[in-house]
Structures are given as structure tokens and as C-alpha cells.
Design a protein around this ligand. Sequence first.
Ligand SMILES: NC(=[NH2+])NCCC[C@H](N)C(=O)O
Length: 662
Amino acid sequence: MIIFTKNAGFRYLQLTRIYKSYNRLILKTLTTYSLRRCLYTNKNRYNNSVLTTKKYELCCLHNKKNYSQNSKIKDNTSYARDEKDVFEKPKLFITNHIATQLGIDTSLVHDAIDIPKKTTLGDLILPLPKLRLIGTNYTELGKKLVNTIPSSKYIKTIVAHNAFIQIFLNPLYIYQTLLPKVLTEKENFGRYNEGKGKKVIIEFSSPNIAKPFHAGHLRSTIIGGFLSNLYDTMGWSVTKLNYLGDWGKQFGLLAVGFEKYGVKEDFLKDPINHLFEIYVKISQDIARENDLPDIHRKTDREAKQFFERMENGDEEALDIWRNFRSLSIDKYIETYSRLNIEYDSYCGESKVPKKTIEYVINRLKEDHLLKKKDGAMVVNLTTIEEDLGLAILQKSDKTSIYLSRDIGEALERYNKYKFDKMIYVVACQQDFYFRQLLATLKLMNFDWVNKLEHISFGMVKGMSTRKGKVVFLDTILNEAQEKMYAQMIKDQDKLKQIKNPKETADKVGISGVMIQDMQSKRATNYEFSWNRMLSFEGDTGPYLQYSHCRLKSIEDKNQVYMRNILTNLDFSLLDDKEAIELVRIMAQYPTVLSKALENSEPSTVVLYLFRLTHQISSCYKTLWVDNEEKRIAKARLALYSSARHILHNGLRILGITPIDRM
Ligand SMILES: NC(=[NH2+])NCCC[C@H](N)C(=O)O
């Protein structure tokens, strides 16, 4: 066995097991993080998997150029996500110590330290295999390392467990760092600058005018709203777009239908529902006519003609269409505001400039990427990925289609916003479609295509309301409100204490719908259940709201202490195990947000809030505030109040309005 260590200050490297020939090392068993990366980035130079000592030396030379030498991480280096984060200082302390001990790069250690899933495993955890010290017995190494780490104010205990080093922080250090920060920053606690100067476009909801708002649109609205809030919290500049399905033959159908069945007053009162009614009736007429000979298929012909007029810019036809669109948007604005969503722009398929679509088609033609197939123009995407097949970009009648509009729209958006990232929140039914969209853009050589991301999600089964078909978002929200209100009036005494019961029922009902949607991973399908989502028991939206109310009432009852809560706080009084567990969970909040952003996963935040509120409930059993000695009452109050701020901020990111009383 040969070991190269700290070769001229380069990365520490352990190479083991030299097989037979002296200078042939087999990569599979020998690769270290740096070597593998070096080989990968320089694969033309070292284009086989067998590593010779000569190559190793070359790698080291490259490493010298590419990586900083083993250096101490100071606070405020770019590694520190936020030097004020509770975990950052202990993390830097451990990092520097272990990196020095092992003679390896600090960034390697820093990146390997994580926050474990359960607090029983520590506040921080270092899985030693992540250091890629091949051939090392990690269990032994762990045991040795923990004994060398000096004591510090940050750490209570360090435990070596199998290949892991578990770090338990000193609770007093957590209290002192976290609580004053939360109590000062309040609703701003958890806001970061990570995305400062970066721009993200988030397109979500995107319903089709005059067609039902289905479960896919509901999830897109909820997940998209969440992502917008999360990016904003992380310091990104967020632009929210609603890309309406507002173009196509259905508008010809609507116009013809409106002539026949439209009632102006009904339209003004409830445009979305009225247009949908008309759409249903006129579609039935068409279905009936379809059984007749061609000359009697009048409605279909008229609808087509009307849409053609729209496509040709006939002002009279466009006026009618504009009226349908703008009144629908007024209604959308009102309903989305119940979910705290405000769009920066209602764009839509109709708004994609014709000339941009023409430009796309012409460019593809010039590059010989378009070919004719059965009268249509198609692009061959198999060069990008085998299974993507052919995609139609233009039908024989030359009108634009969904895909060509999306391509044109993407170009327009990039020119307009020069975004760093653009996210489409659309149901998994369109997974294949989005792969085709991105592949076409890639084929056209737009380098910004790698800034686009399709955030997909699973299906909702069994979503229905009393009226049966869900026509628009407010049908669902109204029903949630009514059902919640029906529950609330059962307790008349409580009801009397609530200032605005209808509004409260609306907020709690909506949080039920939203939490149900976001509590399982977005890729999974779920069964829509009114009973489950509106229950106060179990992990539901109303339960989180209830938890918030209870914390708020503790604060309200103790306003005298709350006024100067930060003076003379004695955290050593919070030494009960329930309180310690609570503050340890609270400290994880910023990391939870980072993780949720990394995976665009709302369930990460929801499940965290359940852990938090369950622990708050455990605290109530023993940690009282009322009738306690002032010093104790105040310390506990500081804990509860901080917990409430975190719950409040988490709910806000999910798009939920936390309520104070219910
Ligand atoms: N850029 C997009 N294609 N976004 C998704 C639009 C969704 C479409 N309106 C539908 O309801 O299916």
C-alpha cells in the first residue's frame, strides 16, 4: 500500500491497493473526490479509466490551478451561507478542526456536514464517507477524531457513531443566538440574500378561459404560489406569470354560443361561470350536428370562421374576444387574492406575437430542422433524446399551435426579462410535452435553455364540489369556507368571540385545501378529501392554524412581558428537555427553507411545521407561563413567541394567512 499525503500542499490523497503492475492503479477502487473530478474535467487528456502515477501527478498540477489550497475558513467567507445562522459558527469550528487534522480541503468538510433528519442524531452530522478517504476505516477514524476536537462554547457533545460524527450543540448557545434574532427580525426571520441580484420567472396556474379549472390548475396554483414566496424569501427577484389558455377555436365557439345563449347581466355578474355554461351548451349543439350531413354542421363552421377572423386581426371579432378575456381576468385577480397571489402579468397564448412564431418556424427551416409530414411541419427531436420522436410545429392550415406558441413565448420572455431561471409549474400529464419544448429550444441552440425548468407534480383524484364540476378556483374555495363555517357554528360560545367568523372560516378552509395539497411530495398523486383536510385533528391546515392561534393568545395574555421581552432574559431557565428539543427544531428553519428550494418541494416545509407544532404541544404540558415566577414566565414566553414567528413565517411561505383567533 502506498499513501501520498499532502503532496506539496495539494489535496490530501490516499491511494491504496496497487494492483500487480507498479504504476497502474485501478480507478474504481482508488478514485478520490479530487482525482475523479480532475479526470472528469480533463477527460480528453486522461481518456481512460486507468490511472498511472504520471497521470496522478498531472492531476495534482491541475488541482493546484483549480482548487484553493487547504486554508482555514473564516467567518464571512463565501462558504458561510449566513454567518448569523445558528449552525454556521459551529460548522466552521468543526470544519477547520477536522480539515486540519486530516490535511484536507476545508470546503470538502464544510459541504459534507449536514443537518440530520432527526434531532436524536445530533444538530449537525458529518457522514465521514462523504470525505472520500478511500480505504479508510471510517468507524475507527470517527472514534479518533471526536477525541481530538477541543471543547468550545458551541458544542455540548460529539459522538462517533459508525461512520458518522454526530454533533450536539450547546442548548444555551442555540437559545442565545436564535431567540434574540427571531424576536428582533420577526416576520423577516428566515429571509436571506442568497438570490440577491438574480431573477426568476415563475409561470403557474395558467387556466384555460371557458374551460373548467381542473385539479392540475389547482396544484399548479398552490405549488407555484409557494415557489414564488420561497424564492422571494431567498432574496431572488420574482416575476409571476399566468399564461392563460386564451386563444384557439374555443373562442370561436364561445362567440357563436354567446349570440345564442349569452345573457349580458349573467356574464357581467359571473363571467367565468357564464362563459363555461355557454361553452357546454354550444359544445352539445356541435355534438348533435356532428351526426348530421356536412351541410348541417353550421355551428362548427361558424366557430371556425370566427376564430379565423380573430387570427386575421378582425377588430370586431377581437373586441368580443377581448371582452371575454378581460372580464375573466378581473375575476381571476379577485380569486387569486384569496390565496395571497398577485400576478405580475396575465400573459397567455394569445399574446405571443405572430412574428415571433414565424421567426421560429423560419429559423428552423433555414437550419433544415423542419420537415413535412402528412401536410404538417415537424421537427425531429431524436437527436436530442431518442424517445422524444417528432413534434408538430405547424399544422397544414398554418395556424399556430400550443408548442409553437410556447417556443415563441419563451423567446419573448428571455428577451424581456433576461432571467437567471424560469420555472413552469405544470402537471405531470405534460411531462413529455415539456421535454419536447426544451429539446426544441436546445436544438435551436439557445444557450439559455438550461435556465428553464419544468416543475411537475402528480394528480389529484376525486376532486369535486357539491355542484359537481369544478368550474373555477372559487368554487373550491367557497366550498371550503362553507364547510369550515358549518363546523364553527357548532360551538356558538367560541363563535361569539371571533370578530369576523366568515373571514376566519375562509382562511382556515383555504389552509385545509392548501396543506392537504402540499403535505405529500409533489410527485405523488393524492386523493382529495374534504373531511380529512378540514379536520382539526391530525396533520391538517386547521391544526396548524389552531396552533398559531394558541401561541398568539399566550402572547396576548402576557403583553406586559412582551413589550420588553428581550431585556433580562435568562435562557438558563429553559433547561427542560421539551424546551431544548423545541429550540433545536426551531434552529433548523433556515436550512429547511434551503432544502425546500433545492428540490422545489413544499412538503419539506409542511412536514417541518408539523414537527414544530407537535413539539410546541408537548411543551404546553409542562412549560406554563401563567402564574409562573416572572423570570421563568418571560423565558418561556420568549420561546413560545419565537416559535410563533417561525410558524407564522413558514405558513406565509406556503401562501397561507396565519390567523390569530378561531
Ligand atoms: N407554458 C405552458 N404551456 N404552460 C402550461 C399551460 C397550461 C394550459 N393552459 C393547460 O391548461 O393545460
